[in-house]
Write a protein that binds this ligand. Structure first.
Ligand SMILES: Nc1nc2c(ncn2[C@@H]2O[C@H](COP(=O)(O)OP(=O)(O)OP(=O)(O)O)[C@@H](O)[C@H]2O)c(=O)[nH]1
Ligand SMILES: [K+]
Ligand SMILES: [Mg+2]
Length: 440
């Protein structure tokens, strides 16, 4: 908080050489800095071409577009400015030095957005959305981030918080004014409302972790017997020779990863060592790594060669929901079913079935990380807080005493409020007194 009185600046565009570099400033000293470095305050929110001069010597440092965003209608809610410089390192260094001489200090990571949050320009989920938007590498990630930055998750949470606040108000009224002529079933209504809200939150929690997966990417592990053609499949899916392919069983030792984008979802495809009991120490370590990676993966591609009987691991993973792939169908027909699952018949050699495999992987990526239109939970902290809120609502529903119902509702409200960073249990009083006009 004490930091909020000073004025910060930072290079807001990417590092390195570019046509334009944007230096952003925020804080109460912005106006002064502009007057001294740009010779005056430009019209608010309009680009003006100015010579920037070094304080003291008056030497011209650059010719720049200058923008002035007086508080409170700015990104941070404070006085802000942008200097659009020529994007060379020496220009950026000279202007940064001038700003420092004038009393501004280099911003810490995330400090502009932190100030925006502290000045109520956005809630925590919107701030996270902006961070995600900057980090987004795929279309689906961009869409999800933009929705969150735009307040979709905050609106959902604030809607729930408002309902919860009313329930709490009803419950408090039922306790405080038991003798007055209030509706006598207020307490029951609060419990029923808690149950309904709990169910709604539970539905959101049962999203299969899609939002988090889209943010972090989906991990797909390729598993199977030696020489099944795992590395060959990795290479065709990646479109490059990422892994060594050879006729010798036990070629792949370390996990080989490639990054793909499937249906707008970032996917890490991990090729692993063929599973078998034989092999030297190194191969056995590779096999341990293969099993570990498969255990942690969001999806396993269990690959076997159609001209051989499926190995035990393929059968096991088929039963556990893996996508089963019969490779080398140029050599033999694929069996109809493996542990009740119809395998995808492919040939890494001839290309047969690879389009179907790619489409299947896209469908799986969509299922695992599908960017629907909903306000998704995108971070473990969202999930943890909602889980806690749902648990408190269950407690409220079952609590034997009205006071305990109240307490549980308050705790649920605090848990919800943590997600947006706007915790306001005090607001409940306004509802109690506004809605019921008690005591006039
Ligand atoms: N006929 C045929 N041969 C294939 C096919 N796919 C791969 N192969 C061959 O099978 C052999 C093994 O391929 P790899 O991709 O190295 O198999 P792998 O499963 O990665 O093997 P390890 O890393 O040793 O576990 C190579 O000689 C490939 O050329 C296919 O669809 N048809
Ligand atoms: K091999
Ligand atoms: Mg291999």
């Amino acid at each position: 908080m004490e930091h909020r009185q000073d004025t910060i600046f930072a290079l807001a565009s990417g590092g390195g050489r570019g046509a334009i570099a944007v230096v952003r400033l925020s804080g109460p000293g912005c106006g002064d800095v502009l007057r001294r470095v740009a010779g005056g305050l430009p019209q608010a929110r309009q680009a003006s071409l100015r010579r920037l001069r070094a304080p003291g010597s008056g030497e011209v440092l650059d010719q720049a577009l200058v923008l002035w965003f007086p508080a409170p209608a700015s990104y941070t809610g404070e006085d802000c400015a942008e200097l659009h410089l020529h994007g060379g390192p020496a220009v950026i260094a000279a202007v940064s030095e001038a700003l420092a001489v004038l009393g501004a200090r280099p911003a810490e990571p995330g400090e502009f957005t932190r100030r925006a949050f502290l000045n109520n320009r956005m809630d925590l989920t919107a701030a996270e959305g902006i961070a995600d938007l900057i980090a987004a590498e795929t279309e689906a990630q961009r869409r999800q981030a933009l929705r969150q930055a735009d307040g979709a998750l905050a609106r959902l949470l604030e809607g729930w918080a408002a309902r919860l606040m009313r329930l709490l108000a009803h419950q408090e009224a039922a306790i405080e004014f038991a003798d007055d002529d209030l509706p006598s079933d207020l307490g029951d209504r609060a419990r029923a409302g808690a149950a309904a809200l709990k169910a709604e939150i539970a539905t959101h929690l049962a999203d299969g972790g899609q939002g988090e997966r889209l943010r972090e990417g989906v991990v797909v592990a390729i598993l199977g017997a030696p020489n099944a053609g795992k590395s060959s499949l990795l290479n065709t899916l990646a479109g490059r020779e990422a892994a060594i392919v050879s006729a010798r069983a036990g070629t792949t030792r370390d996990v080989v990863e490639v990054r793909l984008v499937l249906a707008g979802v970032p996917v890490t495809l991990a090729d692993t060592a063929g599973l078998r009991d034989a092999g030297d120490e190194i191969e056995q370590e590779g096999i341990r790594r293969a099993r570990r990676r498969a255990g942690e993966a969001d999806l396993v591609l269990a690959v076997f060669a159609a001209n051989e009987a499926p190995d035990a691991a393929t059968l096991e993973w088929a039963a556990r929901g893996a996508v089963v792939v019969a490779n080398k169908v140029d050599l033999a027909l694929a069996p109809a079913g493996i542990a009740g699952v119809a395998p995808l018949a492919v040939s890494a050699l001839t290309g047969e079935g690879l389009q179907a495999l790619r489409e299947r992987l896209e469908a799986e990526a969509r299922r695992l990380a599908g960017a629907g239109d909903a306000a998704m939970l995108t971070r473990p902290r969202h999930r943890a807080a909602l889980t806690e809120a749902a648990a408190w609502l269950a407690e409220a529903e079952a609590a034997p005493l009205p006071e305990l119902v109240s307490e549980a509702l308050r705790a649920a409200l605090r848990a919800l409020g943590r997600v947006t960073g706007r915790v306001g249990v005090e607001d409940v009083l306004d509802i109690v007194f506004g809605e019921f006009c008690i005591g006039k």
